[in-house]
Design a protein around this ligand. Structure first.
Ligand code: NAD
Length: 498
């Protein structure tokens, strides 16, 4: 039991060069359960010196350690041991994730299963991924394209999927032979502490996986401003991503950015109604809308719109909001009071912009939920593309509804966004479905489904949703340099200069 025989909730929470240490400046932050506002942990908060020590440890493990040249089979074996330990502690870590983020235990278990699958996937991929031989036309030349680890990686994750997003980075980084400094969100650090404990136990050499905690403006800035970091892999908001990219440019550090989304869900009149209503509902209100790929923008064909929106509002009003630890809850609280205040400001903006509020738009009345940061599923009808509520990521349980007449209008609305992370299409016409999914400028498009992903398929955004890809072979490529080796087995005088 991670929570009992290893005192996760007590310091130290920084992992530098294979040792768990306190923050040198004595900084610490209270971590609260958003379901009731109770303090569940006090976590060490790194200052820039701690971050520098973490980078130095990762640098030494990369430049002078064995890990980058460790045979692929051994690296893959470490990933498999990590997956096995995660399986053994699945329930414990799921509970930690629920207490920290507010998401339901069912969602946390799904996250854990994804995380385990990702470690197993990269163990397999790196083991079968061979060098490439190139035919130069000269039998005396052996030409090979090989992959080498990119170096020291700074891995920065957000609070909505803390363990999952960090694992999408750590698994391919370790598979590639990189060393890392991980920084979870200061709002939800606990599951990453648990993961690094397990990685330690699985036998990662000292310095290969380092962990710092703390605010973006302090620990995050120190990590992303360092000339000793070779790659920054960041998941979070677009404004933070732009800030990191500017800082990284000083040293021409590579960046991979997984940013926000404002994801359209296009529903054509011929779509089977019940499954479409269900998919739109789940697509936007799962995890109370705190999902980068949430389908927050319903774009529905005008001749079925009234009926569709009425069915949706009826179901939204019946979603049971409550603590993630209560099995009867279907969605939990927002992550914090501060975040709920942002969501409430967006609802006020929607009303001010003239959208029609048809359900939600307030906190739940149940007095038992008063201490948590809950908010009801909210739907705004009669929205249009000029509204900020339609264009900006609200990151809460807010759905906006727009209507379209023709297929061309639906595509134009679906692409009318600065983002480009994900989109959904529902139609009974396969030919139209194929035309529309190809026309949408988004990194993932679901046809008659929504929100699904798999470790073997790339994930990432077009436009302001980011620059890189996670998962799949592309997710491993982020952590590798490509080297072409030209070996002349029969050197002779070339005679260019007589
Ligand atoms: P955020 O940008 O506020 O913070 C993300 C991480 O960056 C945190 O660890 C934070 O401490 C750190 N950070 C903040 N400022 C920093 C700075 N100046 N320098 C370095 N690091 C800094 O995002 P958030 O509120 O934690 O997460 C929500 C956002 O994440 C949403 O926009 C959501 O869409 C996005 N997200 C995207 C994906 C994806 O796959 N594209 C997945 C999950 C979340």
């Amino acid at each position: 039991m991670i929570l009992t025989d290893e005192p996760l909730l007590r310091a130290p929470h920084l992992h530098l060069g294979g040792t768990w240490v306190r923050a040198s400046g004595g900084g610490a932050r209270e971590i609260r359960n958003p379901a009731d506002g109770e303090v569940i942990a006090v976590v060490d908060e790194a200052d820039p010196d701690d971050v520098a020590r973490a980078i130095a440890a990762a640098r030494a493990a990369f430049d002078a350690g064995d890990w980058p040249a460790t045979p692929v089979a051994e690296r893959a074996a470490l990933l498999v041991r990590i997956a096995e330990l995660l399986e053994a502690h699945r329930d414990d870590i799921a509970r930690i994730e629920t207490l920290d983020t507010g998401k339901t235990l069912r969602e946390s278990h799904i996250d854990l299963d994804d995380v385990i699958a990702v470690f197993r996937y990269y163990a397999h991929l790196v083991a079968v991924d061979a060098d490439r031989l190139v035919d130069t036309g000269d039998p005396a030349v052996l030409s090979r394209v090989v992959h080498e680890p990119v170096g020291v990686c700074a891995l920065i994750a957000p609070w909505n999927y803390p363990l999952l997003q960090m694992s999408w980075k750590i698994a391919p980084a370790l598979a590639a032979g990189c060393t890392v400094v991980a920084k979870p969100s200061e709002v939800t650090p606990l599951s990453t502490i648990a993961l690094v404990r397990l990685i330690d136990r699985a036998g990662a050499p000292p310095g290969v996986v380092n962990l710092v905690q703390g605010a973006g403006a302090v620990a995050g800035a120190a990590l992303t401003g360092s000339p000793d970091v070779d790659l920054i892999s960041f998941t979070g908001g677009a404004a933070t991503g732009a800030d990191i990219a500017r800082r990284a440019a000083t040293h021409l550090t590579r960046v991979a950015l997984e940013l926000g989304g404002k994801n359209p869900h296009l529903v054509f009149a011929d779509a089977e109604r019940d499954s479409a209503v269900d998919a739109v509902l789940t697509g936007v209100f799962l995890h109370s809308g705190q999902v980068c790929s949430a389908g927050t923008r319903l774009i529905v064909q005008d001749r079925v719109a009234d009926e569709f929106v009425a069915a949706l509002a009826d179901r939204a009003a019946r979603i049971r909001v409550g603590p993630g630890t209560d099995p009867s809850s279907r969605t939990g609280p927002l992550v914090s009071e501060e975040h709920r205040a942002k969501v409430e400001a967006y609802v006020a903006l929607g009303i001010a912009e003239g959208a029609t509020l048809i359900t939600g738009g307030k906190r739940p009345d149940d007095p038992r939920l008063a201490a948590g940061s809950y908010y009801l599923p909210t739907i705004f009808d009669h929205c249009h593309r000029g509204m900020r509520i339609v264009q900006e990521e609200t990151f809460g349980p807010i759905l906006t509804v727009e209507r379209f007449g023709t297929e061309a209008e639906a595509i134009a609305l679906g692409n009318d966004t600065a983002y480009g992370l994900a989109a959904g299409v529902r139609t009974a016409d396969p030919a139209r479905g194929e035309r529309v999914v190809r026309a949408l400028r988004h990194g993932t498009v679901w046809l008659n489904d929504f929100g699904c992903y798999t470790p073997a398929a790339e994930w990432g955004g077009f436009g302001r949703s980011g620059t890189g890809r996670e998962l799949g072979p592309g997710g491993l490529a982020e952590y590798r340099e490509t080297k072409h080796i030209w070996h002349n087995t029969a050197p002779a005088v070339g005679g260019w200069f007589d």
